[in-house]
Design a protein around this ligand. Structure first.
Ligand code: IPM
Ligand code: MG
Length: 355
């Protein structure tokens, strides 16, 4: 099995956190091949486009992609908006590489439970948001201004096959967890949601080992705060998943620790994917050794699990992170009384040494 990893470090703290993730991967196995390419603002500065063709080509030749973060205030005003790092790099990476299944686990970590805004008595949260990532209102045309700029149009389209494939991935993930899916939509209003619910209901009939229920998105937002422990897998469309995954990640109290995977079609039990931390490029602390590399390191654990069929390696990384946190090592973002401060590199070293 080849293990080529395209590394897109990107902007802000991206290069720092990606550096630590590579350190950890090298400790797991020395046979990974890393090839670096520019993305985001860094690529825009270099050649005028946030996603150069050469970067896309490198990703296509790789078995997995490791992404840091893109964007920053310097790039927020670029015109046209299609050339801004988020829209001009992230969205086309997702669609060009067919990364339709976005897996965003959100789990409270015992050592950090005091930083959750919900704190005591609400039960533990351990859920995965399965977000459809290449369809819906993010991608459908037309998207335009009319009437001399006074009318704006965004279109939401879903096709049956797009719902089927993300739901299939959700059933697979649910089977590795607690066998429960809550499918989230807005079927009381939206036609795309009625199609979504119809398809998921049919599939639930064919997959009766998994318990499937349906929830409207506004209710889901409320239920997440009321009792997040009720959820196992949340299956939902692109924009609802964007919003709910931010909400879920905040409930863990440790946004800086959450990994994510964006996956394509599985082939022979292996799947091409892009792995990145949920947090952004944090330009305010870039280059100062303050960034928390844990989310990116945990993203490499997801990479081992999904793209390289190495569940054992993934567990080793996850246990190493847990151990280092239990021992009281903390980067600035998760610092609390009685803990020992660590820089980005010190945190990466400590986790690598645990392996
Ligand atoms: C995310 C981000 C992106 C999204 C933005 C930056 C385009 O919020 O990955 O959740 O909305 O998908
Ligand atoms: Mg988001």
């Amino acid at each position: 099995m080849t293990r080529k990893i395209a590394v897109l470090a990107g902007d802000g703290i991206g290069p720092e956190v990606v550096g630590e993730a590579i350190k950890v991967l090298n400790r797991i196995d020395t046979s990974f091949e890393f090839e670096h390419a520019l993305v985001g603002g860094a690529a825009y500065d270099d050649g005028g486009h946030p996603l150069p063709q050469s970067t896309l080509d490198l990703c296509r030749k790789a078995d997995a992609v490791l992404l840091g973060a893109v964007g920053g205030p310097k790039y927020d005003k670029i015109q046209p908006p299609e050339l801004r790092p988020e829209v001009g790099a992230l969205l086309p990476l997702r669609s060009e590489l067919n990364l339709y299944a976005n897996v965003r686990p959100a789990k409270t970590i015992d050592a950090l439970s005091s930083s959750s805004p919900l704190r005591e008595g609400r039960g533990k949260m351990d859920l995965v948001v399965m977000r459809e990532l290449t369809g819906g209102i993010y991608f459908a045309k037309p998207r335009e201004r009319r009437d001399g700029g006074d009318t704006a149009v965004d279109t939401c389209i879903y096709r049956r096959h797009e719902v089927v494939r993300i739901a299939e991935r959700a059933f697979e993930i649910a089977r590795q967890r607690r066998n429960e899916i809550v499918s989230v939509d807005k079927a009381n209003v939206l036609e795309t949601s009625r199609l979504w619910r119809e398809v998921v209901t049919e599939m639930a009939g064919q997959n009766q080992d998994v318990k499937v229920s349906h929830m409207l998105v506004d209710n889901c937002a409320m239920q997440l705060v009321r009792d997040p422990s009720q959820f196992d897998v949340i299956l939902t469309e692109n924009m609802f998943g964007d919003i709910l995954s931010d909400e879920a990640s905040m409930i863990t109290g440790s946004l800086g620790l959450l990994p994510s995977a964006s996956l394509s079609d599985p082939k022979d039990g292996q799947v091409f994917g892009l792995y990145e931390p949920v947090h952004g490029s944090a330009p305010d602390i870039a280059g100062q050794g303050k960034a928390n590399p844990i989310a990116t390191i945990l993203s490499t654990a997801m990479m081992l699990r999904y793209s390289f069929k190495d569940n054992e390696g993934a567990l080793r990384i996850e246990r190493a992170v847990e151990q280092v946190l239990n021992e009281g090592l903390r980067t600035a973002d998760i610092m609390s009384d009685g803990c020992r401060p660590a820089s980005t590199i010190e945190m990466g070293d400590a986790i690598a040494d645990c392996l």
